[in-house]
Design a protein around this ligand. Structure first.
Ligand code: FES
Length: 93
């Protein structure tokens, strides 16, 4: 699998973002990745507080920043969409 086919998902694991939704999002994303055999496609990373807790929880999907999404099903939908975009892009090449 080409490196470009991988999607990087970064979650803020600072205490505010963690408490405001990223804790549940992390476990739901891990479950989604495992259940769908996406370990090779999704690179999950955590990072420290970005210093903008007020607008959290912060998540970056494929380089795009999202804030204030505490519903993990919305995050998973965004991840699915980003994977589809990568697939559509690689079909063009
Ligand atoms: S805890 Fe995420 S921005 Fe501060």
């Amino acid at each position: 699998m080409a490196e470009n086919d991988r999607l990087k998902v970064e979650l803020c694991m600072g205490s505010s973002c963690f408490a405001r939704g990223n804790s549940g999002t992390l476990s739901d994303l891990e479950e989604y990745i495992n259940e769908n055999g996406l370990e090779d496609r999704i690179e999950l990373e955590g990072h420290l507080c970005l210093g903008k807790c007020n607008s959290g929880p912060h998540i970056t999907i494929g380089g795009k920043e999202f804030s204030g999404i505490s519903d993990s099903s919305c995050v998973i939908d965004l991840v699915k969409k980003a994977l589809e975009e990568i697939d559509a892009e690689s079909d063009l090449h």
